[in-house]
Design a protein around this ligand. Structure first.
Ligand code: SF4
Length: 454
């Protein structure tokens, strides 16, 4: 196999774990290297993925049509009611708008869309070109909001102005403008908001059912199956539970500061982390022992059903190697634990948006020889998958072709999947999918396995 090199300037964002190496100083939270063709999306895309699942809001992309097309229906994000979020609206800026400005066009578009669709709120996304021509979208949003009587919220997500994480921040700023605007009447003491769960394939419903079974009231989910009215009254909840911490911790911190609502970081992937998420919430409400009792009963029932099923998969998957490349690093922790529970080893763990703490946590958790990588590109991922002889890549839509071209099994753990992977039933779905892909006979024909060459 021909050795694949690493671009100059990328070395500091890659680390291979060695047992005797104490110093760990991976470079992260920085803009992507020019020419690297990063797997990471732009600032605008970051805010779009966070806000998109708010199903009764209007989402208008102010910019050229390409930005809207790029993110149209970007997440599964199923809704139990309205589906306005699934329509992608854009002001479709052209050359004349760039010369003369796009504010009038934005105003016209918003008035027409609000009249036609009667949304509960509108999110207006600023794209690269808006940052360049300097349209005052705040002023347009204020004007339309007064004229139409609904919140019209600017999202300052000009694509070039940072990393995808800046987009998450812009989304949190926009959500914070809704929080606190509704009545909290009727919200009980044992109540939570679920943050960072996007209901891609119904996961928010699974998680919500668990909490409700424990006797906990879920005031809002942000943003999966999200509703503007619920977000407006979410400051009435006693606790924020944050998954996908990269995207939503900022909102949790702002709510803690302004409304005194504490938050917990959790993950709903894998048996260990799912159980911990329920127990941690039960511990928070320790003045009500019935909640902990209900959590214990729930976990014992679910795990009792799941273990025998997983054992069957473990027999075949034991010793197989996995590469993980995901958006937020926190998810990688859960995936490593989940894969270990069926005997699989992780040889590559990377993320688009991890911070120093995330990566040093990964370093502690990973075995010797595991490669940890920040903001990677297809060439690097290919290199490590081949060198480490991974049997499986876990990633998103942009990683899928890398796996298939290399003749490696793939599991989608990102926006596009249609089968829930969260909760106990999600763990079963996940391992079943891993099993089906890794054990597929098709890989025998991949060139790297000595099969057919193209
Ligand atoms: S905001 Fe900028 S970087 Fe993002 S899709 Fe639009 S043009 Fe591309």
């Amino acid at each position: 196999m021909e050795k694949i090199g690493i671009l100059e300037g990328r070395q500091k964002q890659i680390y291979e774990k060695k047992e005797d190496e104490a110093a760990f100083d991976i470079k992260c939270e920085t803009t992507s290297l020019s020419g690297s063709v990063s797997q990471r999306a732009c600032v605008f895309c970051g805010s779009r993925v966070v806000l998109y699942p708010v199903a009764d809001a209007l989402h208008v992309v102010h910019g050229p049509i390409g930005c809207a097309a790029y993110t149209w229906d970007i997440r599964g994000a199923v809704s139990s009611g309205p589906e306005l979020h699934r329509l992608s609206f854009s002001t479709d800026l052209r050359e004349m708008d760039v010369i003369y400005g796009g504010e009038k066009k934005l105003h016209r578009s918003l008035v027409e869309l609000i009249d036609d669709y009667r949304p509960k709120a509108a999110f207006i996304y600023s794209t690269c070109i808006i940052g360049l021509i300097g349209d005052d979208i705040d002023a347009v949003c204020r004007k339309v909001s007064q004229e139409k009587g609904i919140p019209v919220l600017p999202v300052h997500s000009e694509g070039f102005k940072g990393t995808k994480k800046d987009g998450y921040r812009a989304a949190c700023d926009a959500l914070m403008k809704l929080v606190g605007k509704g009545s909290t009447e009727g919200i009980g003491k044992y109540s939570i908001n679920i943050l960072g769960e996007f209901n891609l394939a119904g996961e928010a419903w699974i998680i919500k059912n668990y909490y409700e079974e424990m006797g906990i009231e879920v005031v809002s989910t942000m943003t999966g199956d999200g509703r503007v009215g619920d977000i407006r009254r979410s400051h009435g909840a006693s606790l924020n539970i944050v998954q996908c911490s990269g995207s939503m911790v900022k909102l949790a911190k702002m709510m803690e500061e302004k409304y005194g609502i504490p938050y917990l970081r959790v993950s709903y992937f894998g048996i260990e982390d799912m159980s911990k998420a329920l127990y941690d919430v039960a511990k928070h409400f320790s003045d009500n022992p019935a909640i902990m009792e209900a959590a214990k009963a729930l976990v014992s029932r679910e795990v009792g059903e799941l273990y025998p099923q997983l054992r069957e998969f473990r027999n075949e998957l034991e010793g197989k190697k996995a590469a993980i490349y995901v958006g937020g690093a926190f998810k990688a922790f859960s995936l490593i634990k989940a894969l270990r529970s069926v005997g699989m080893n992780v040889v590559l763990a990377g993320s688009q948006t991890g911070n120093k703490d995330d990566y040093s946590g990964l370093k502690e958790m990973c075995d010797e020889g595991t490669v940890i990588v920040d903001d990677s590109n297809p060439v690097e991922l290919s290199k490590f998958i081949l060198e480490k002889e991974a049997d499986l890549l876990i990633g998103g839509v942009k990683e899928r072709p890398i796996a298939y071209k290399l003749g490696v099994a793939f599991c989608d753990h990102n926006h596009e999947r249609k089968i829930p992977l969260a909760g106990f039933e999600g763990m079963y779905n996940f391992i079943r999918e891993v099993y089906s892909s890794v054990m597929s006979p098709v890989w025998r024909f991949a060139p790297r396995k000595g099969g057919l060459s193209s």
